[in-house]
Design a protein around this ligand. Sequence first.
Ligand code: SAH
Length: 397
Amino acid sequence: MQPYNNEKKTTKELSLVCAAAGKCGGCNRLNVPYAEQLKEKRKLVARLLRPYCALEGIIPMEDSRFYRNKVHAVFDRDRRGNVIAGTYEKNSHRVVPVESCLIEDEKAQAIIRTIRDLSKSFKIKIYDEDTGYGLLRHVLVRCGHRSGQYMVVLVLASPILPDKNHFLKALLKEHPQITTVVVNVNDRRTSMILGTKEQVIYGKGYIEDTLCGKTFRISPGSFYQVNPVQTEKLYQKALEYAGFHGNERIVDAYCGIGTIGIVAADHVREVIGVELNADAVRDARINARRNNIRNISFYENDAGKLLTQMAEQNAKVDAVIMDPPRTGSDEAFLGSVAKIAPEKIIYISCNPETLARDLQYLVKQGYRARKACAVDMFPQTSEHVETCVLITKSGEA
Ligand code: SAH
């Protein structure tokens, strides 16, 4: 297949490419040539980093379509009563039906269409956000890019899926790639997708995927990067910047299911991972064992709290890799890192605004950003770009 060509299009031409264009709030750069999108992101990151260091460049995605390994659909009925699966219209709770999407994994999309059709034949009641009646609220599909495994999460308002076995049989017949199905119960009137209760109704309750030669297990609620092709490039850049010699003791902060730390573990003496989400920490520990990594330990804690404790105990750390959420890090964490005073900090950020704010703080603590590189993890969107920065103590070159 030819890569999608983002030549400038009229609104009508655009609607032929994507029926939800302009309504779903997702790909707000569908109409902008890819080279131009890269330029925009590069400019944005370079501007925010200007006071600190130069930007080496932005690593593009070769084929910028169908990259999302996590696909979410909200279920609703249209005015005629037909079941629709789609996405919330930007800043509203109106559901825009999405028949197909240019950036989501194609098989995952097909699974969602099948569930939509099966919900009619199985007479599954669709949840109504206004009244709070009905059963099926959302479907989440996650897939392993390399493993080819698919996980389906049915988000229901109550735990019982009527005629469950026949439903599963029909779904698996259509999509034998599905390796696990989980019912997640969300009985609250909330805009959060997942509830807290879960029941595995088929398979193991998680999928596995391979990144940088290591295998990772991913549970329904654990964070996992949505663009695995670009994630490998990002992690390689982080390791290149870190330039480990083999004897370092490092921290992988905001470590999710342990991906970066486990990939780095072969190159250092010891890794300490810290993560707030309990499911992710459980996955991280299992992932370490699964990959035969023995020099890593994980702490379920707030990264700022753990680093504060480590600073109080005068812990010795050679490098900190940090990958906080969009809100960035905090003073408890950054101040403790400065006290521990590692030689290097590798900051991986999904939000250049908070990255710049945190850099300002680190500079005041005696650190200096040396080089940075952006990675386009989210083609066709304007606001999402990852950046990797090498930061060292300001006295050193
Ligand atoms: N490094 C991982 C995950 C990055 S996403 C990867 O590349 O896949 C950011 C992670 O930070 C999420 O897993 C989130 O649960 C976690 N997190 C958010 N706030 C945190 C905090 N205060 N302390 C520790 N972890 C936190």
